[in-house]
Design a protein around this ligand. Structure first.
Ligand code: HEC
Length: 126
């Protein structure tokens, strides 16, 4: 009885408290979504296709390193220290590419920019 009375008398306050806590959740979600939309490059859709079409023929994991096959490319590049998030253009990977490697099939500037962009955005496994 007592509890019901309290609820009856304070329903507006309870409603307000409920809405306030919901609002807190709402803002959390909005902030996360905002961060996610700043990612314009992804490893799987910007970098992997280039490696696959231009690099894997030689970098197939047995003789020529880094191993750039789909399943291993991210690990090889990041753990092998081929990318520098704080200075993307100075990444070993970009410098190698900018040197004209592979001479038989050099990347276009826009392909290079896609890889540089991915490094700038944190070189994530995304
Ligand atoms: C025709 C074969 C061939 C192709 C295609 C090729 N590479 Fe290479 N890559 C090599 C060889 C051989 C070496 C080792 C000799 C050297 O450093 O040039 C090498 C070395 C490298 C290195 C330096 C490794 C180290 O630790 O010093 C990187 C980075 C690299 N390649 C990235 C790439 C990328 C990215 C692509 C595609 C855009 C690519 N390669 C395409 C043959 C190739």
């Amino acid at each position: 009885m007592m509890v019901q009375k309290i609820i009856k008398r304070n329903w507006l306050l309870l409603l307000f408290m409920g809405l306030t806590s919901l609002q807190a959740c709402y803002y959390d979600v909005v902030i996360e979504a905002g961060e996610a939309t700043t990612q314009t490059r992804s490893f799987s859709s910007d970098v992997l296709p280039i490696l696959k079409s231009t690099c894997v023929s030689c970098h197939e994991g047995t003789t020529t390193l880094p191993d750039l096959r789909d399943a291993n490319a991210y690990k090889s590049i990041v753990r092998g220290n081929y990318v520098s998030v704080s200075d993307p253009e100075n990444s070993a990977l970009i410098q190698k590419i900018r040197s004209g490697h592979p001479y038989s099939n050099a990347l276009t500037e826009s392909e290079i920019q896609r890889i540089v962009g991915w490094i700038k955005e944190g070189a994530q496994n995304n």
